[in-house]
Design a protein around this ligand. Structure first.
Ligand code: C2E
Ligand code: CA
Ligand code: CA
Length: 557
């Protein structure tokens, strides 16, 4: 047998090659050295929407003129010039098609394999949308916003810009009253309105919940003015109601603005500033905007520091009590008021006005208040043994949070039992805010303590909002007129009238009346003339540490 003839072999090889090229899933295009189309498989015909017999032999740029000079053109040149394969992905506009292309140079010219990857691209785009856009509103989400701010900050030629942090006022109410789907609808409408109210180059993002952020870039030297104008514009845009499924709903925003320039801090810092400014806008009455200013930051840092210091102070027992003598108007000592002091290791003696409010907000007032009560009751118990002090009353301030604890009564009873202090000499000072809520249970609690002999005073009277109608339902035995009225009495026209009215009220409700903050003998003469029973103030004595109180008592005796 003889081997087959060469021409046969070549024909066979060509037929094999064609069969292979026709059967692979890629589209194949073979170009000659002068870019003429030498071969194309069936997949290429379908993908490029041409008929093989029409195009074979013609130059590729004639058949696909739109590709001239484009990325295809450059890539093919590169493959030919470097004699290296080139791989790239391109969107082929005439057919709205994403193709993945591999071009292999050879001695005959260039073989190009390509395939339609539109579907994969669509999936990638969808994944991108899900990762970077908010599903409900379609706005860029927090992640994309952070990226854009980051880019803006990194842009060396950047002109500086502004971040507007927008929080809807009372958004919760629509969720609560009309359901979450209506709340969602409102957020969508708000998103549209925000988009309509800013420049097309600004980014409106949903930061989360009812929080939105507008990023304004390239503002230049007029950044502050532009940001202010936009903030005003946004407030204006919210004046019109939102039509939520046929029902008009009014919503207002609180806006915090932080500017950034090239020297700026990081993304987190800028957003934090805008957020802080937003809280300021809320504090200023909502439906408002506020610029970040460094003092805000200082206040927040100082507050955080104070909170941390307070926690440490509780552990290290840095508190002490001072006692301010209280007098009958005739000058006789009636008792003392225990006042908390904080011996701060760096700052020295810190007055309660600087820490009680924070202690209340953080509930640290609970352990602190308990300690004050114990300390005061221990002194009260020690006084019992001495005839000169055994009749003195001890007044202790009780915070609203403390009083409203379910076990408050038990705590007081426990401290009284532990220390052996006489309940009848303990006086608890409540402020009007205690009486604002839960009047019934408040009355019950007070009565239980009253039953064992504990007395109650209403502190800072006249500064709160207590309703006079239920004063008589509570077992109070004393009104303490706030010192602002005593100071106003001799200066302002109606000052004296207020003091007179409180005294009359106290008489009618069978309570004694104490005037706070008496500093001068004129004031004393006045409160005595008006019928006050007791007074307290620097005229009689300042609050004293215990050893000075002992000296005061000895002098008084
Ligand atoms: P407060 O209960 O009205 O206590 C009276 C405050 O007036 C005390 O300030 C006292 O030093 C001050 N004061 C008394 N007489 C005069 C005067 O003639 N002139 C002036 N200018 N001031 C006078 P302090 O000790 O700084 O206490 C401030 C507030 O802190 C207290 O007001 C009370 O509300 C709160 N506080 C103090 N200790 C405690 C405590 O142990 N527990 C709670 N919950 N609050 C406390
Ligand atoms: Ca008090
Ligand atoms: Ca007071």
């Amino acid at each position: 047998m003889q081997a087959p003839q060469a021409p046969h072999t070549e024909a066979l090889q060509a037929a094999c090659l064609t069969a292979t090229l026709e059967s692979i899933s890629d589209a194949v295009l073979m170009l000659g050295h002068s870019w003429e189309i030498r071969y194309m498989n069936g997949n290429a015909e379908r993908l490029l929407q041409v008929i093989r017999s029409d195009v074979v032999g013609r130059r590729v740029w004639e058949v696909f003129p739109e590709a001239v000079g484009g990325p295809y053109h450059r890539a093919y040149h590169q493959a030919v010039e470097t004699n290296m394969p080139v791989t790239f992905e391109e969107h082929y506009a005439p057919l709205d098609l994403w193709t993945e292309i591999r071009a292999y140079p050879s001695e005959e010219g260039l073989t190009i394999y390509f395939r339609d990857v539109s579907e994969r691209k669509a999936i990638e785009a969808e994944i991108n949308r899900l990762a970077f856009y908010d599903k409900l509103t379609g706005l860029p989400n927090r992640q994309l916003l952070l990226d854009r701010i980051e880019q803006a900050l990194r842009d060396e030629h950047g002109q500086g810009g502004a971040v507007l942090f927008i929080d809807l006022d009372n958004f919760k109410s629509i969720n609560d009253t009309r359901g979450h789907d209506k709340g969602d609808r409102l957020l969508q409408l708000v998103a549209d309105r925000l988009n309509d109210s800013v420049r097309s180059c600004d980014t409106v993002a949903r930061f989360g919940g009812d929080e939105f952020v507008v990023l304004m870039e390239e503002l230049g030297v007029s950044a502050k003015d532009s940001a202010r104008a936009t903030a005003n514009h946004l407030l204006q845009a919210f004046r019109a109601p939102f039509e939520v499924d046929g029902v008009e709903h009014y919503s207002t925003p609180s806006i915090g603005v932080a500017l950034f320039g090239r020297e700026s801090a990081g993304v987190d810092e800028i957003l934090k500033r805008a957020d802080l400014a937003m809280y300021q806008a809320k504090a200023d009455g909502r439906n408002n905007f506020s610029f970040f200013d460094p003092a805000m930051q200082e206040r927040v840092s100082a507050r955080a520091q104070l909170e941390a210091d307070l926690r440490r102070a509780l552990v290290n027992q840095e508190f002490e009590l001072h006692y301010q003598p209280l007098a009958v108007v005739d000058g006789k000592l009636a008792g003392v008021e225990a006042l908390a002091r904080w011996r701060h290791p760096q700052r020295g003696l810190v007055p309660p006005d600087e820490f009680i409010a924070v202690a209340e907000e953080t509930n640290m007032i609970l352990p602190l208040g308990r300690w004050v009560l114990e300390e005061a009751c221990r002194l009260l118990a020690r006084w019992a043994g001495d005839a000169s002090t055994s009749a003195l009353e001890m007044s202790v301030n009780v915070s609203t949070v403390q009083f409203h604890r379910p076990d408050f009564v038990e705590q007081v009873l426990e401290v009284l039992a532990q220390t052996g202090a006489r309940p009848a000499l303990l006086r608890l000072e409540l402020t009007e805010s205690v009486l604002l809520t839960e009047v019934e249970s408040t009355a019950v609690k007070m009565q239980r303590l009253r039953d064992v002999g504990v007395c109650f005073s209403l502190d800072d009277f006249g500064t709160g909002y207590s309703s006079l109608s239920y004063l008589h339902r509570l077992p109070l035995s004393q009104l303490k007129i706030d010192r602002s009225f005593i100071w106003g009495a001799l200066k302002e026209a109606h000052g004296a009238a207020i003091v007179r009215m409180i005294v009359a009220l106290g008489r009618a409700l069978e309570m004694t009346v104490l005037a706070e903050g008496v500093e001068t003998s004129e004031q004393l003469a006045f409160v005595r003339a008006e019928g006050c029973d007791y007074y307290q103030g620097y005229l009689f004595s300042k609050p004293l540490p215990e050893h000075e109180l002992v000296a005061f008592l000895a002098r008084d005796a």
